[in-house]
Design a binder for this molecule. Structure first.
Ligand SMILES: [Zn+2]
Length: 176
């Protein structure tokens, strides 16, 4: 079975910019699956950031994980691709491969959910991890902003309900 991660062009640009920062970042791409003749398209609707780390490591903020997990409980039709970046400071040897820590965590997650997909974005490429034949494509979608705004509004609303009104912003350093 083949699965294609279909990313709106603007979200793809943001992912690529995140891989240019001086710290590793992570988060989720929220998608709606669409059945195709030979598999699925995972149509990405929103990018949600969950953490900013150091040049060599990134952990998700547990409160942001809680927020996005509630979103998935409310919208069981959505799935996620878990992404993180490798930045230039991570080292060029990591531009094209996952760390052992990445692989260990992906294997654990695949045992919980066979549909799990992990994605690493480096300054030079994107790489996917999961079962079967995985690929990705970017599309120009005139409604992508609107669709993402709706999801962002809902995530904000969930955060408010949880009492997370002043979560510290996720700040990473721009390369000069
Ligand atoms: Zn990694």
């Amino acid at each position: 079975m083949s699965r294609k991660i279909v990313i709106p062009w603007k979200i793809n640009e943001r992912l690529e910019r995140l891989a240019q920062l001086q710290q590793e970042t992570n988060g989720a791409l929220l998608y709606v699956p669409e059945k195709r003749p030979f598999g699925f398209n995972y149509n990405v609707r929103a990018l949600y950031m969950t953490g900013v780390g150091t040049a060599h490591n990134v952990q998700a903020d547990p409160r942001r994980m809680e927020i996005v997990n509630i979103f998935f409980e409310k919208h069981p039709g959505y799935g996620f691709v878990k992404w993180h970046t490798h930045c230039r400071e991570t080292g060029e040897q990591w531009y094209e491969k996952f760390s052992q820590g990445d692989i260990n965590s992906y294997k654990w997650q695949l045992r919980q959910d066979r549909r799990f997909v992990g994605m690493m974005i480096s300054p030079t490429r994107k790489q996917l991890y999961g079962y079967g034949d995985l690929g990705f494509a970017t599309i120009r979608s005139p409604t992508s902003d609107l669709l993402e705004d709706r999801i962002s509004d809902e995530l904000r609303h969930i955060a408010e309900q949880l009492g997370y009104v002043n979560l510290p912003p996720l700040l990473a350093t721009e390369r000069r």
